[in-house]
Design a protein around this ligand. Structure first.
Ligand code: HEC
Ligand code: HEC
Length: 286
């Protein structure tokens, strides 16, 4: 790993100028759609941050904090450099909610080896708002209105659902997705096709990330992952109680399984035409 400490105020200023010249905050995309589109956070609660519309104030504070603290290595537009990875296509970003996972990564031992940074959780929230807004901007799927959504071909969407899209391997329009077209309006439905919310209600969400913790001695313990860093791991057991371990050099071992992984994969590969077609198809499943 390249070790480089970040210290130089002149460089910060230079990067700030560069970033604001090259990466304007996406508050007013061409086409006249404002930042206050109808897609809010998913009704169920914590989704990945990717499709959440953040407050423009947070995005613009985030750009400043990003530019000062991260751009030197991750690039002015977060697309990565020779020294540090792309944060737009990062799976950490994909799994991040409001800067929590990004913050944990930056505070983790591996990242501290590259850069010692002390940002508050509010600053990580802002930085994440900026990064997530860049993700939305890059995917061209930011503010979606009903008229833009239901432009697909329902028949082609049905074929995709049952065929190439492999949706049928997990879903059925007469089973779990019965009545889905009546349950959500078009933008909410499209959002769920791309990325269902992580939590669906109280208690242990069915689609939480599942962790198996294998302590140095004793049998493996399974539960819903609440937090894992280089230093500790916390899970929620089936009975609702929490259990935590301190970690040292990867012990205890933590393995995770994510029932929404298919949707993360869908999110990065789904073509806009397939997305529109499958949404039009499901909108008709009443
Ligand atoms: C001195 C260079 C440097 C700076 C400054 C820096 N990073 Fe990094 N970052 C790295 C390197 C190198 C890696 C890859 C190795 C690792 O994961 O530790 C990385 C990895 C990451 C990852 C994991 C990406 C992935 O997909 O695995 C995230 C997230 C991240 N950085 C966020 C940030 C944020 C946010 C900031 C600013 C608050 C920041 N970094 C500042 C060098 C830097
Ligand atoms: C490997 C399994 C898997 C595949 C493949 C998959 N999904 Fe999902 N999908 C899930 C899981 C898990 C959920 C979350 C279920 C929950 O929260 O109750 C979900 C949720 C959804 C929801 C939200 C349902 C609701 O009631 O809110 C929709 C819509 C959806 N998926 C559509 C699709 C479409 C369209 C495809 C194909 C392009 C697809 N899914 C492929 C596993 C999958």
């Amino acid at each position: 790993m390249t070790k480089r400490s970040f210290c130089c105020t002149a460089a910060v200023a230079a990067f700030a100028a560069l970033a604001s010249a090259q990466a304007p905050v996406p508050v007013a995309p061409p086409g006249g759609r404002g930042v206050t589109g109808p897609i809010a956070a998913p009704a169920g609660g914590l989704g990945g941050g990717r499709f959440k519309i953040y407050d423009p104030g947070a995005i613009s504070r985030g750009l400043t904090a990003y530019t000062a603290n991260c751009a030197s290595c991750h690039g002015a537009t977060a697309r990565g450099t020779k020294t540090a990875p792309d944060l737009i296509r990062s799976s950490i970003t994909m799994h991040d909610t409001d800067g929590v996972q990004i913050g944990d990564t930056v505070k983790g031992a591996a990242h501290e080896g590259a850069a010692k940074l002390s940002l508050s959780s509010e600053q990580f929230y802002d930085v994440a708002a900026y990064i997530h807004s860049r993700v939305i901007e890059s995917s061209g799927r930011g503010q979606v209105h009903t008229a833009d959504v239901l432009v697909g071909d329902a028949k082609a969407g049905e074929a995709f659902f049952n065929g190439a899209g492999r949706c049928k391997t997990c879903h059925s329009v007469t089973g779990d997705l019965k009545g889905i077209g009546a349950k959500y309006d078009a933008p909410a439905l499209q959002e769920r096709v791309v990325m269902p919310p992580r939590t669906a209600g109280k208690g242990m969400p069915a689609n939480a990330i599942q962790a198996t913790v294998t302590p140095a001695t004793g049998p493996p313990v399974k539960g819903a992952l609440l937090r894992v860093t280089d230093f500790d791991v916390i899970i929620r057991l089936a009975d609702g109680t929490q259990k935590s371990w301190t970690r040292n050099h990867g012990v205890p071992k933590v393995e995770t399984a994510d029932s929404l992984q298919a949707h993360y994969d869908i999110m990065t590969t789904l073509k806009d035409s397939d997305m529109h077609n499958v949404t039009a198809y499901l909108a008709g499943v009443k």
